[in-house]
Design a protein around this ligand. Structure first.
Ligand code: NAG
Ligand code: NAG
Ligand code: NAG
Ligand code: NAG
Ligand code: NAG
Length: 406
């Protein structure tokens, strides 16, 4: 009983020198009285028991915290593990330490940020490693009603584990509906480049040929298809204005209606979510390093991804995507785009910084490049990828399967 009363004064009672630093300093008298005990180091069985009990309470508490929300266990483990990683080799062997194996992974892929390439790789990997790749047939619905969220989460949660679920969908809060929060991954790219890529893709399609755009957007009027990009921007067409330009952040912010309003609130929430729920948000401009980190973090899903990616057999796919009728907007129009996308850029730079930090922890060099005075458009990515959709557009991935089945 007596021991319990001492508890609030600080957990380290058996070591009196700890108490003056702690919250409620005892009176000078009691301090003096207790000092002589020190040389004897008198651990009674009760002291020991008390110590262990405190430890147990702490452990149970932390377990309880983890069970009732909070970041997924895997992310906590990973962070602790990364904190101690110091090796400095470049593309060296993976660390020998074994990470726990998350069996629920969600890739809520952002449109036109290389996800087609990654999905193609995932199809190959899922056969190789025997995980359950769950893709969705719905490609044009990123925001869901509460009921739809609940249903989808229930559906995902019942998938056979280990699974990797992927869909163009804004962040889903599993714990809000009593599910296990999965580990999230994603890839983004420079916002203006993403926008332009989508702008021209909607109009002129991709490598599948000239006629393809007629199949893709048959109802698009000619004026719209041949709308000059500068005119679209300078004349404030909806396609080139907010909220349509506020595209990447909602994928990380979530399903809350405010997540779609360009502003601080959505930005901050998106950043918070990146920290709490995303194992990795990569940068398309550095896709090889993204794949390398995925291989290190999630070997049960991504082991060998880099060699598949570099395999000439699969590489061939890369040059099927031809650049179509792209024109670069005028510097004036670009400035306006930057201005309209300032939150998107703040988010992009934040993610990029985190990504580089992670790379450094793994001893990967980030090629520090001075920011260009003018943005460099259409930086050739290792595998030039064109996402087939905007939010409202369809995303047919049948061709992927066709190629894969060859
Ligand atoms: C990392 O280092 C800290 C302090 O050195 C230590 O407490 C922790 O257990 C270490 N983590 C791992 C995973 O080794
Ligand atoms: C749930 O999953 C099943 C098969 O896994 C699928 O047929 C069904 O359409 C899914 N429902 C929703 C709402 O996604
Ligand atoms: C997810 O839901 C939980 C429980 O309702 C809530 O505490 C948490 O803040 C939510 N997280 C996000 C990012 O919305
Ligand atoms: C694709 O690459 C192959 C060899 O790398 C080359 O022969 C072919 O001409 C390329 N095709 C296109 C459309 O660039
Ligand atoms: C999504 O596409 C389907 C057909 O593929 C269409 O019926 C539906 O209306 C579309 N939904 C939205 C929100 O655009």
């Amino acid at each position: 009983m007596k021991k319990k009363q001492q508890h609030p004064g600080g957990g380290a009672d058996p070591w009196p020198h700890g108490t003056p630093l702690g919250g409620a300093p005892p009176g000078l008298g009691s301090w003096k009285r207790r000092v002589p005990l020190l040389p004897f180091l008198r651990f009674s069985l009760r002291d020991y028991g008390f110590c262990m009990a405190t430890l147990l309470v702490f452990c149970l508490g932390s377990l309880f915290y983890q069970l009732s929300g909070g970041p997924p266990r895997f992310l906590l483990d990973l962070r602790q593990y990364l904190g101690n990683s110091t090796y400095l080799d470049d593309h060296g062997p993976p660390p020998s330490k074994v990470l726990p194996f998350p069996s629920q992974v969600v890739y809520n892929r952002v449109g036109k940020c290389g996800s087609r390439t990654v999905v193609l790789l995932l199809r190959i990997l899922s056969e190789k490693h025997g995980f359950n790749l769950v893709t969705s047939d719905i490609h044009n619905k990123t925001r869901l009603t509460k009921n739809e969220q609940m249903e989808l989460i229930k559906n995902i949660s019942t998938a056979e584990q280990p699974y990797l679920f992927t869909r163009h969908v804004h962040f889903l809060n599993f714990s809000r509906f009593g599910g296990d929060q999965p580990v999230y991954i994603n890839i983004i790219r420079d916002p203006v480049n993403r926008f332009l890529s989508n702008y021209f893709f909607r109009r002129f399609g991709d490598w599948r040929g000239e006629q393809n755009h007629m199949i893709r957007t048959p109802s698009m009027r000619q004026e719209e298809r041949y709308l000059d990009i500068n005119e679209c921007i300078l004349e404030n067409y909806p396609e080139c204005s907010n909220p349509r330009l506020f595209y990447i952040i909602p994928y990380f912010c979530g399903q809350h209606p405010r997540c779609r309003e360009p502003g601080e609130w959505a930005l901050e929430r998106a950043k918070l979510n990146v920290n709490e729920n995303f194992l990795l948000v990569g940068i398309l401009e550095e896709l090889e390093d993204v794949l390398l980190l995925l291989e290190r973090f999630l070997p049960h899903y991504f082991k060998g991804v880099l060699s598949i990616y570099k395999d000439p057999e699969h590489r061939k796919l890369g040059n099927m995507t031809v650049t179509v009728k792209k024109t670069v907007p005028s510097p004036e129009a670009v400035q306006i785009l930057y201005q309209r996308m300032r939150y998107e850029y703040e988010f992009y730079h934040y993610v990029k910084e985190q990504f580089h930090l992670l790379k450094r922890k793994f001893g990967l060099k980030s090629h520090v490049s001075r920011p260009p005075l003018r943005p460099q458009f259409f930086i050739p990515t290792p595998l030039e990828t064109e996402e087939p959709i905007d939010d409202e557009e369809q995303d047919d991935e049948k061709w992927l399967e066709d190629i894969y089945k060859r």
